[in-house]
Design a protein around this ligand. Structure first.
Ligand SMILES: CC(C)(COP(=O)(O)OP(=O)(O)OC[C@H]1O[C@@H](n2cnc3c(N)ncnc32)[C@H](O)[C@@H]1OP(=O)(O)O)[C@@H](O)C(=O)NCCC(=O)NCCS
Length: 190
């Protein structure tokens, strides 16, 4: 289990789907990243079991642990009418500014681009409106605002009093996910 004081020299992060074995670590990270605003355990549980949830973790190699890796970041997303809504995203403070948040968001973008089930379920991806990833960020959370801008998210609205538990306004950020061009075969294709 990670705690705030731990730090190791990480290699590239591995991004993968969250499993039930990650639950306690993700809950600890949620508390570390959001303190008094953190989700309660039952909220995380509901998210984990959501029918169209996409829950990812970012792990780094850590041979000193029996599992050989350490989960240091997570991203929780749910389906919304236009694509996917990032509900929560966090990286342990000791591992920030090492590309782990970016790797999680880029993996979500690729998931939306590739997952036909998500496209069908949303029902609006057939042409008129491009699928997108959206998220709401507290207006006062400058770190997260800069992070989402760095990932090519655009602020499209200011939502007054966006949260139940705190009186803050939020920026609505959106990233449009373009389909791969026909014939595109990936980097390195001849
Ligand atoms: C936001 C957060 C997830 C970013 O994770 P991260 O792993 O540190 O992000 P990355 O290393 O991929 O950063 C990518 C870019 O975002 C920008 N960025 C990230 N954190 C920043 C900061 N504190 N100040 C300025 N720019 C920042 C930079 O442009 C950075 O690129 P650079 O390091 O090459 O300059 C992390 O700071 C965090 O967990 N914050 C607390 C929880 C939170 O607010 N979550 C978001 C709202 S749901």
């Amino acid at each position: 289990m990670i705690n705030a004081a731990m730090t190791y020299a990480p290699s590239e992060p591995t991004i993968r789907k969250m499993t039930v074995d990650d639950f306690n670590t993700v809950y600890a990270l949620e508390q570390m990243c959001f303190q008094e605003h953190a989700w309660h355990e039952h909220e995380l549980y509901s998210q984990y079991h959501g029918p169209y949830a996409v829950n990812l973790v970012g792990a780094i190699a850590a041979p000193q642990f029996s599992r050989g890796h350490l989960v240091v970041g997570y991203l929780l997303a749910a389906q919304c009418s236009d694509g996917l809504l990032i509900e929560n995203l966090g990286v342990a403070p000791a591992y920030r500014r090492r590309g782990i948040g970016s790797a999680l968001v880029q993996c979500l973008i690729e998931t939306l681009r590739a997952d036909k089930r998500l496209v069908v379920v949303s029902g609006r991806f057939s042409g008129q409106r491009s699928p997108r990833i959206v998220t709401d960020v507290r207006e006062t959370n400058g770190e997260a605002v800069r992070f989402f801008r760095s990932q090519a998210f655009l602020a499209t609205a200011l939502i007054p009093r966006a949260y139940d538990r705190i009186p803050d306004d939020a920026y609505r950020f959106e990233h449009i996910v373009h389909a791969p061009q026909p014939g595109f075969a990936g980097r390195g294709a001849s």
